[in-house]
Design a protein around this ligand. Structure first.
Ligand code: MF3
Ligand code: CO
Ligand code: CO
Length: 303
C-alpha cells in the first residue's frame, strides 16, 4: 500500500513511548504488563487502530491463505514466454470464484483487475492487460482473495524462462529480504526491527529498498493499521503483540529506490528504469514468534 506517514522514535520514562503513540512512555505503556488478551486488544485498537485478531478470525484468514497458495501456484504455471498478463489475471479470477472467494483488488479504489502483475521495472500495482511476457522478464503476481469475509495477501516474483544473473540475483535477495523480515517477528519486537532487518540486508547486498509502499495490517479489511515499512531503525515503532496480522512485502530495486506512478494512476515504476522485485506474505504474531498465514515458501513459515 502507499505509505502515509512517518514513524516515531523511542526513549525512556519521559521520552516518547516505544509503542509509537507519540506520548511519554510513563503516560503510555509503562507498567502495562500482565493484561488479558482482550485488554491488550482493546488497548491496541484504541491507541493504534490495530485490530488484534481472535482465534476465529485467525482461522478465517488462514483458510483464505490456503487459497492464496493455490492461486500463486497457478500463477507460477501461467507465467511463461508468450503469456498475456490479462489472460493470467482472468485465469486467477476464474479459480478464485470457483473456490467461493472474490478478488479484493477488483474495483478497490477503482483498480480495474483481479490481481496486480508487475513486470521488470514495475515495482508494484501493475495492471494486467495486453502485455506479452518475454523470456528473461521477471514478473510479480500479487493475489488477495476474500474468502468467508477474510483477506489474505501475498505475492511472488517469477522468472520467465531463463533470466540474466542480475535478475536472478535480485529475485534471490528479495526473497531473502522477506525471510529476514519475517524471522525477527514475535511479541515485544518493534515494527522498526522488521524494517531494519530488511534494509540492513538488502543494502549490504548493494540493492535499494523502496520507501513509497509499505506492508500493512490485513484480515478483516484489505489495508488495516499498522503500516509496515521495509526500512527503519531497531527499537522504533509499535511493539508487535500476539494476534497482530500484517503483511511484509519488501520491494527491492537494483538501482535507485525512487518510484513514480504512470498515467494509469496505479502502475508504480522505478524512476531509473532498473529492475524491481517483490515478495509478500501475511504474518500472524503468535505467543512465541510468528506464523505465516500464506506459507508458500516451506523454508520459512514459522519460528
Ligand atoms: N495486494 C497489494 C498489496 O500488497 C494491494 C493491491 S491494491 C490494488 O497491498 F488495488 F492495486 F489491487
Ligand atoms: Co499487501
Ligand atoms: Co499484495
Amino acid at each position: 500500500m502507499m505509505r502515509e506517514h512517518m514513524m516515531v522514535t523511542i526513549g525512556n520514562r519521559n521520552d516518547p513511548c516505544p509503542c509509537g503513540s507519540g506520548r511519554k512512555y510513563k503516560k503510555c505503556c509503562m507498567g502495562r504488563e500482565g493484561r488479558t488478551q482482550a485488554e491488550l486488544a482493546d488497548f491496541y485498537f484504541r491507541r493504534h487502530g490495530i485490530r488484534l485478531k481472535t482465534a476465529e478470525e485467525i482461522q478465517g484468514i488462514r483458510t483464505a491463505g490456503e487459497l492464496v497458495l493455490e492461486l500463486l501456484e497457478l500463477a507460477e504455471n501461467l507465467v511463461v514466454p508468450g503469456a498475456v498478463t490479462g489472460e493470467i489475471d482472468d485465469r486467477i479470477a476464474e479459480e478464485t470464484l470457483k473456490r467461493g472467494a472474490i478478488s479484493a483488488p477488483l474495483n478497490y479504489r477503482g483498480f480495474p483487475r483481479n490481481t496486480c502483475i508487475s513486470v521488470n521495472e514495475v515495482i508494484c500495482h501493475g495492471i494486467p492487460g495486453e502485455r506479452v511476457l518475454q523470456e528473461g522478464d521477471i514478473v510479480n503476481v500479487d493475489v488477495t482473495p476474500i474468502l468467508g469475509g477474510y483477506y489474505a495477501d501475498a505475492n511472488r516474483t517469477f522468472a520467465v524462462g531463463r533470466v540474466s544473473k542480475e535478475a536472478a540475483d535480485l529475485i534471490a535477495v528479495t526473497r531473502e529480504s522477506l525471510r529476514r523480515g519475517m524471522q525477527v517477528c514475535g511479541p515485544g519486537v518493534h515494527l522498526g526491527d522488521i524494517g531494519f532487518a530488511i534494509q540492513d540486508y538488502a543494502e549490504r547486498e548493494g540493492y535499494s529498498v523502496v520507501r513509497d509502499f509499505v506492508g500493512h495490517g490485513v484480515g478483516i479489511e484489505f489495508h488495516e493499521s499498522p503500516q509496515v515499512p521495509h526500512f527503519g531503525r531497531k527499537g522504533t515503532g509499535v511493539k508487535l503483540a500476539p494476534g497482530m496480522v500484517f503483511t511484509i512485502e519488501p520491494m527491492i530495486n537494483i538501482g535507485r529506490k525512487d518510484s513514480m506512478i504512470l498515467d494509469d494512476g496505479w502502475t508504480a515504476v522505478t524512476v531509473d528504469g532498473s529492475l524491481s522485485a517483490q515478495f509478500e506474505q501475511t504474518i500472524l504474531v503468535t505467543e512465541d514468534g510468528f506464523e505465516s498465514l500464506t506459507p508458500y515458501d516451506p523454508e520459512y513459515f514459522s519460528a
